[in-house]
Design a protein around this ligand. Sequence first.
Ligand SMILES: Cc1cc2nc3c(=O)[nH]c(=O)nc-3n(C[C@H](O)[C@H](O)[C@H](O)COP(=O)(O)OP(=O)(O)OC[C@H]3O[C@@H](n4cnc5c(N)ncnc54)[C@H](O)[C@@H]3O)c2cc1C
Length: 466
Amino acid sequence: MGASRRDLLRWWGIATLTTAGSAAAGPPPRWQRLRARLHGDLLQPGDPDYETVRLPFNSLFDHQRPAAIARCTRVEDVQHCLTEARRADIRVAARSGGHSYPGYSTPHDGLVVDLAPMSGIEVRPDGTAVIGAGARLGDVYATLGAAGRCLPAGNCPSVGIAGLTLGGGIGWVDRTYGLTCDWLRGARVVTADSRVLTASADREPDLFWALRGGGGGNFGVVTSFEFATAPAPDVLTVFRVRFPAGSAADVLGGWQPWSVAVPEEVSSVCVVLPDGSVDLTGCAIAPATALRAEVARLLGAIGVDAPLEHAEVDYLTAMRIMTGGHPPRNAFRESSRVADGMWSDPAAVAGTLRGRKSPLLIVGALGGAIDRLTPTDTAYPHRGAPTSISVFGAVGDLPPERVTREVDEVQQELAGLIGTGTYINYLDPEQEDWAATSYRHNLPRLRAVARRYDPDRVLRFPQSVR
Ligand SMILES: Cc1cc2nc3c(=O)[nH]c(=O)nc-3n(C[C@H](O)[C@H](O)[C@H](O)COP(=O)(O)OP(=O)(O)OC[C@H]3O[C@@H](n4cnc5c(N)ncnc54)[C@H](O)[C@@H]3O)c2cc1C
């Protein structure tokens, strides 16, 4: 069930590095045929924009060189790509924001179905938003916010709405509003056999269910989404508390019960560093007075003195602040755990970083509105989980192998401390049992949907649903 090492190496182009230049040797007929059919451009090695457009967010995968990148400008372009991929048995993957942790939207020697040009965002008078699959979160927040509307989404402005939604979508206001996928009302999908379908509660309901948490890259290529939205809240308070080195056990011990007991309007994340310091950041849909009272309770429970920094702002400003500070690209390994319930040993959770150089823990509160749906209502299975922990290792001074090893070791230890669940949007290519831990009880139904909509596995990749 795990992605085999050979599958991964082939996908990443490591097993075929010696043939990396083959795509540039002259366009085979299949590319000429596709180029002639597309309204958008088809970029290949040697074309002026190829070297920049091909790059994924995670620069660890920069060596992956697609044979062609189809800059799709309309649904028909996506249909032509899938027809060609099917006919010539070409490795093919959709790309929206390009933030796949393992670089799955950049198939080596394959075809990238690049949705970036299809990034329009329309807010209708009834508040429904129709969003092109190529849109990034920064533009989604800005356009919806300017129209006075809110869609809960993720914490990095360059992440694509497509990958985020298809895996669930956790973010700064999810305890109030739920996951991004919970607001999805319909999606336009090109299936592997190049049919164009609309998936919604009434049409293709199994596909619609799978698109809400079943993970990007499976079942078909979404070209646009239709979301319900909420009125944007008027007043938010963003906040931050920096705790000193060595305080992580106390902070997590106080934060965990607090994070689930606070009103749903308060979301928070603890970033735990290897020296045991903690950076607590959060966002409350509440005025500063209310937030200050909640944080005072937390600081009392923790018993460590640390100053509260905060600002009362409007919705758009809050989203700008909370999604700011990300680099345009990064080199990293990341893995995750989703807690089964409350963890009994916060000191041991903090202690997973002891003696390690690279990883940090990003411990986020879930619950609230996320749990208004049941674990089978959508393909996202972790309803009821109080927290998730990402284990993040930046590849900088340390070699990637060391970072990968440390991230994996911490992730393994966390399984025994908080639970074995993992979040599909934080896919870890090194993890053997990823499908069972990411999809849990929903895996058999997801497999049935994948068999029905992509029986020939045209959209396969090392960690696709199969
Ligand atoms: C810096 C950073 C911050 C993040 N923050 C958050 C966060 O706050 N909350 C959260 O939930 N997640 C977060 N993520 C994880 C993110 O949600 C996933 O990596 C997501 O898959 C990225 O989507 P994308 O469209 O940017 O990526 P892509 O690489 O374009 O796509 C990801 C996967 O989906 C497939 N795919 C892309 N477009 C389509 C499409 N139109 N139809 C079908 N399949 C498609 C791709 O083939 C690939 O397998 C973050 C990731 C990064 C790198």
